[in-house]
Each structure stands twice: as C-alpha cells, then as structure tokens.
Design a protein around this ligand. Structure first.
Ligand SMILES: [Zn+2]
Length: 253
C-alpha cells in the first residue's frame, strides 16, 4: 500500500488528507478530503497516472474532515464510507467489520466514540504493512478533545481499541499537532521516549506515519494512565479520573 499525505490548511488547522493506493490494482481511497482546493490537484495527478478512486472515507463528521465531500463528489462520484453524521455518507461500517481496496488492502473499521460519537478509526493491512488512520481520536503524542464523549470513552478508544492493535501499526492522525502535544507531555513526564519525541518534533515538520502504536504506548501520556509519574502529575489514581485530569490540563495550556 502507498500512503500519500496531503497537508491542508498548513499553519492554521494543519489537517491531513490521505490518498491510499493498492499498488497492484491501482485502486485508491481518499481519507478526509476536507479542503477540495488542496486535494483535487493530487487526485487529478493520481488519476492521470492510472489510479482509480473507489471511495471517500471519513473519520468523523467535523467540517475539517468531512466538509469537502460534496465538492469532491462533483469530480468523483464514489460511495462515502464514514461515521453516521458525515455529510453525504453512503455507508457506516459496523465496529470490527472489514472491506477491501483493490486486491491487497484489507480495511477494518474501529468505532472510537468520544471526540465525536461517530468517530471511526480505520486499520489498513497489506501483508505485514499496517497503518491506522485515527482522525481526531489519536494524535502523535496526544488525543482529540472530548466534544461528544466522556473520559471513559476515550480510555476505551485509546487503551483498548487502538492499544489492542499490533505494536508495529503506523499511526496517521487527522492533524499535525505533535509539537503542541509534546510541549504538554514534557510537563507531565520527562521520560526518554517523550524526550525523543520532542527532539523529533523539533526537527521534523511532519510526523504522521513516523510512529507506531507501540511508540504511542511509550510517549503518549493519554495511553499511560497507570504510569505512576502520570498519576502523580494529575493527583489521581483511577484511570478515568487520570484521563479527565490530563485532558483538562491540556485544554487549559
Ligand atoms: Zn474533529
């Protein structure tokens, strides 16, 4: 599988759309093409090179993820797979259900309600190559705000659903937020993995696909609710209380 990152609203929203192609069949999907003026040129280039766009995929309904659907549909009349509240959605896959792209890519839908109730992460597998597109649920070194959900739901999304994926699964989030996330993380703990992430974010503008679920378990404080250092920072010991306190502290940074 080939993943092309398409940065959108650089310097403000810092979103990513992703064009994921099955190299053998040349079938491809476009994930969260929210800003058509920045995405359509990449799609045209891909199609001109023989690639066929088969679906739009949305991670959740927010405008900066699903707000480009109508415009993209004018150019590519393809079904939209996404959460139930996404604009023009055709199909909302059940939690744990799978579909394929071309000959080789198997996609599994993982419901992760909290940031929005319709948030879905998508695990892509092509042989040993694994990638998860996490929208605004999991960021490199952080997580999304709890707009429509509870700390308990985010704990389940991050620490059961996503933490249960193989450690070598690469993480492709919906935004480039790593610098801000690690700025917060170092106030919570100064572990080696967090310092390493800080150094990487300091010298790399883009961090998507550079870290794995295994890395997140080490440097993402929202995935370390049982870590004594993290508990000490929050003054709490119950997992859900620790999650809530971390989110509040990050929000007020
Ligand atoms: Zn969002």
């Amino acid at each position: 599988m080939h993943v092309e990152s398409i940065p959108m609203w650089e310097g403000s929203g810092n979103n990513y759309a992703y064009l994921v192609t099955d190299e053998k069949s040349k079938d491809a999907v476009i994930i969260d093409p929210a800003n058509p003026s920045e995405v359509l040129p990449s799609l045209k280039k891909a199609v001109d090179s023989g690639i066929k766009i088969t679906n739009i995929i949305n991670t959740h309904h927010h405008h900066d993820h699903a707000g480009g659907n109508s415009k993209i549909l004018e150019a590519y009349r393809v079904p939209i797979i996404g959460g139930k509240d996404c604009d023009k959605v055709t199909k909302t896959p059940e939690h744990g259900s799978t579909f394929t792209i071309g000959d080789n890519i198997k996609v599994k839908a993982l419901h992760t309600p909290c940031h929005t109730q319709d948030s879905i992460c998508f695990l892509f597998e092509d042989g040993n190559d694994k990638a998860v597109f996490t929208g605004d649920t999991l960021f490199i070194g952080g997580c999304g705000r709890f707009f429509e959900g509870t700390p308990e739901e985010m704990d389940k999304a991050l620490n059961q659903t996503l933490a249960g994926l193989p450690d070598d699964t690469k993480v492709y989030p919906g935004h480039e937020y790593t610098k801000g996330n690690v700025k917060f993380a170092v106030t919570v703990a100064q572990s080696e993995p967090i310092k390493k992430l800080e150094a990487f974010a300091g010298s790399n503008k883009q961090t998507q696909g550079k870290f794995t679920i295994g890395d997140e378990k080490q440097h993402n404080v929202f995935m370390r609710l049982d870590d004594p250092t993290v508990q000490k920072y929050t003054g709490k010991t119950d997992r859900v209380d620790v999650m809530a306190a971390l989110r509040e502290a990050k929000n007020s940074m």
